[in-house]
Design a protein around this ligand. Structure first.
Ligand code: PMP
Length: 347
């Protein structure tokens, strides 16, 4: 498969905006090239359009070369760019597992691309054959979220690889929650598949949701197109500087505690009589099926505990999605749920 053939013709021939900082990359000098203010307040200069320092820190952490890394304003920027690069509005289609992260469909809709949603199997496993059967010659993107939001499960790598091998377009594997999983994810095999894009983010395990740093990993060719289509200075100076600092602060201990708490929380939830199912999770949240999701959701809101009501989501009827918090927060959640049980069993 030639990736170039999948690129929208206008993007293939796009002459990208060339920033002043593309033309001269040295750090020392008198900079009279970008119409900035000469008065230094820490932010008077435009940021590096290619985020080289941040990428040089990410490269050894992710074991991926810098030329294979894209950094966006959240994962959502990367998702939108992929539609703009690969899909012809009004003509191409995309495929996604369902239920899954809602932004794939929003990005499809804003780009006037039809989204074909393929239901997961009843046990939330990956419907490999049905995903491949959904494709036709206008299919450009196929989204698999692993671990999946909101179901929480990661899919075995061999199954995802079967989809990547069989799909005639770009397979986007969203690994926002991969740091909480025992699955290795797709980065170790990235170089084997020219049609694979892996999304990760600094928003979850790395604790930087407020900064908006999404990561995409792919062939240098695809990353090159993403860089050409993105806004020139998409990551600002403050975000880069803070992300660079926070990347040097280890998060392994937080991940270990969250995984331990996930197990404890799952056990405590499963003991509650109104809990019908706690689905296995490889992420930092649990999908929990309860007797009356809407009533429980409202009760928790009344107690100032906010979870996500997934009752209206396909295959998730009766389900709430609960993020694993600190040990104290999780304890509060369980105590509050026990009080709910006492209250409802009284009447
Ligand atoms: N992918 C998935 C599967 C998510 O659940 C989320 C956020 N909930 C994102 C991406 C968004 O990540 P970011 O903060 O990098 O935009």
């Amino acid at each position: 498969m030639q990736i170039t053939d999948l690129i929208r013709p206008n993007i293939r021939s796009l002459q990208p905006y060339s920033t002043a900082r593309d033309e001269y990359e040295g750090e020392l000098g008198i900079f009279l090239d970008a119409n900035e203010s000469p008065y230094d307040n820490g932010y008077n200069r435009y940021p590096d359009p290619h985020q080289k320092r941040l990428k040089s820190l990410l490269s050894p952490i992710k074991r991926v070369e810098m030329e294979n890394i894209f950094i966006g304003n959240g994962s959502d920027e990367a998702i939108d760019l992929l539609f703009r690069i690969f899909c012809q509005p009004g003509r191409s289609n995309a495929i996604s597992i369902s239920p899954s992260y809602g932004m794939y469909e929003v990005a499809a809709d804003t780009n006037d691309v039809k989204m074909r949603k393929v239901l997961l199997n009843d046990d939330f496993s990956l419907p490999v054959d049905r995903l491949l059967e959904a494709a036709d010659s206008d299919s450009r993107l196929l989204f698999i979220c692993s671990p999946n939001n909101p179901t929480g499960n990661a899919f075995p790598r061999e199954e995802i690889e079967r989809v990547v091998r069989g799909f005639p377009g770009i397979v986007v594997v969203d690994e926002a929650y991969i740091d909480f999983s025992d699955e290795p994810g797709m980065l170790p095999v990235l170089s084997e598949y020219p049609n694979l894009v892996v999304l990760q983010t600094l928003s979850k395990a790395w604790g930087m949701a407020g900064l908006r740093c999404g990561l995409a990993f792919a062939s240098a060719e695809i990353i090159g197109y993403m860089n050409r289509v993105k806004y020139p200075y998409n990551i600002n100076v403050a975000t880069s500087a803070i992300a660079e600092r926070l990347l040097s602060e280890p998060v392994a201990e937080h991940i270990r505690i969250i995984k331990k708490e996930r197990r404890k929380l799952a056990e405590s939830l499963a003991d509650l009589p109104f809990v019908e199912s706690v689905y296995p999770s490889d992420a930092n949240f649990l999908l929990v099926k309860v007797r009356d999701a809407n009533a429980l959701y409202d009760y928790l809101i009344g107690k100032k505990i906010i979870v996500r009501n997934r009752d209206k989501v396909v295959l998730c009827k009766g389900c709430l999605r609960m993020t694993v918090g600190t040990p104290e927060e999780n304890q509060r959640l369980i105590t509050t749920l026990k009080e709910y049980e006492e209250k409802t069993s009284d009447c």
